[in-house]
Design a protein around this ligand. Structure first.
Ligand code: EPS
Length: 372
């Protein structure tokens, strides 16, 4: 079973992860991982912290001569802003953040004990783990990429989107939006929102290409790939809703306008299901959208209480971002890559790449007759 755990506080010494169950024989490119970390840091609208951090991964176990050896892979990323002991206590808890529920849950009199771990800084390690999983998936020509389809009140028209254009975005665009005119409007909106001391959310879409049919399962609720993917995306801080394929639109349509008819050679003319039927991949691209709320640290603070006095006051103003939507796209790719890698290993098993390739090829040969 592939699994991982992370540790680290936002202004602690390091961010840590251990990835277990990863097979032997996969070449690990540190440059590839670092480039993924850079992509997560780059979006327009990020705050001053991103100018301080220069995220670079250090792998301290699980690899020999640049290849995985089947043992747990331990990774570390330094926090340049290692200041946890010096930072002020937080008494005026921010609505929308974990501050208040965390204080109540653990009995703290300082919400910093909560926010240091609740911070989205932790996602840096998920992107490193996701990059390692992407390297496994690339061995099977599975590509996971993403783009921004909405920001604030601005939406990208769906009919203008081509897979080839989205793939090019991995080479960068600071809002990860394929429509350059729309992206300009998004820039302006972020600038205005920053001036107004407010924050912005949006929608990202993650597309996974080259997925074989048969990943996931319909036999138990928790084995459905929909369950795993939506949970993985919902676990990203600020993500408040997840949609698979055209799930939201489909709910209000007739069945005859929703399902993707099947033609000879297992061809589909539509992919409204987003590549999943019955919790199992059907061979089409996996399409998943995540809806990101505007982040909860506002420079124009909202009403709250002081946790010492219980009196009404204004929430603390912490240094923060205006918009994290493009970063959420990269984190979304990572979470999808991790879930797909886990399901892939469940289906094709094996302790080393050679065994997995043999099992994969055997399966592809078995199902080939349907696909002519
Ligand atoms: C975050 C607040 C900001 C963000 C941080 C997430 O950090 P700081 O409080 O140090 O200014 O920059 O994101 C990251 C550090 C990161 O690497 O993404 C929060 O409260 O969640």
């Amino acid at each position: 079973m592939l699994r991982f755990l992370t540790a680290g506080e936002s202004h602690g010494e390091k961010e840590i992860a251990i990835l277990e169950g990863f097979p032997a024989g996969i070449k690990i490119s540190i440059d590839f991982i670092n480039n993924e970390l850079k992509r997560r840091q780059e979006g327009y609208g990020r705050g001053p912290r991103m100018k301080i951090e220069k995220d670079k991964v250090k792998i301290i176990s699980g690899i020999k001569k640049g290849e995985t050896i089947g043992s747990p892979i331990a990774i570390m990323i330094d926090n340049r802003d290692f200041s946890i002991e010096k930072l002020p206590e937080v008494k005026n808890v921010r609505p929308g953040h974990a501050d208040l529920p965390g204080v109540l849950k653990y009995g703290f009199n300082d919400a910093r004990c909560v926010l240091e771990r609740a911070s989205a800084r932790e996602t840096v390690t998920r992107v490193a783990v996701g990059a390692i999983c992407k390297l496994l998936l690339l061995e099977f020509n599975i590509n996971v990429f993403s783009h921004t389809i909405g920001l604030g009140n601005i939406k990208v028209q769906n009919n203008k989107i081509s897979i080839a254009d989205i793939k090019k975005l991995t080479k960068n665009s600071d809002l990860r939006c394929i429509d350059k005119d729309v992206e300009k409007k998004m820039h302006k909106l972020i600038d205005k929102t920053k001036k107004d001391k407010d924050t912005l959310g949006g929608i990202i879409e993650v597309i996974s290409e080259g997925i074989p049919p048969g990943l996931g399962s319909y036999v138990q609720y928790d084995k459905r790939l929909d369950t795993k993917l939506s949970g993985a995306l919902m676990s990203i801080p600020s993500v408040k809703a997840v949609e698979i394929g055209d799930g939201i639109k489909n709910a209000l349509k007739l069945g005859s306008k929703v399902h993707d008819e099947i033609y000879k050679g297992v061809k589909r003319k539509t992919n409204r299901a987003g590549g999943l039927e019955g919790g199992v991949t059907n061979g089409e691209n996996l399409i998943i959208r995540a809806y990101v709320k505007p982040i909860s640290t506002l420079m124009k603070p909202l009403d709250t209480i002081n946790i010492d006095t219980g009196e009404e006051t204004e929430a603390v103003k912490e240094r923060s971002d205006v918009c994290v939507v493009p970063s959420a796209g990269v984190i979304g790719e990572s979470m999808c890559a991790i879930v797909i890698a886990e399901s892939f290993l469940e289906k094709f098993g094996g302790d080393c790449l050679q065994d997995i390739k043999e099992s994969y090829e055997h399966y592809i040969t078995r199902i080939k007759r349907f696909f002519n």
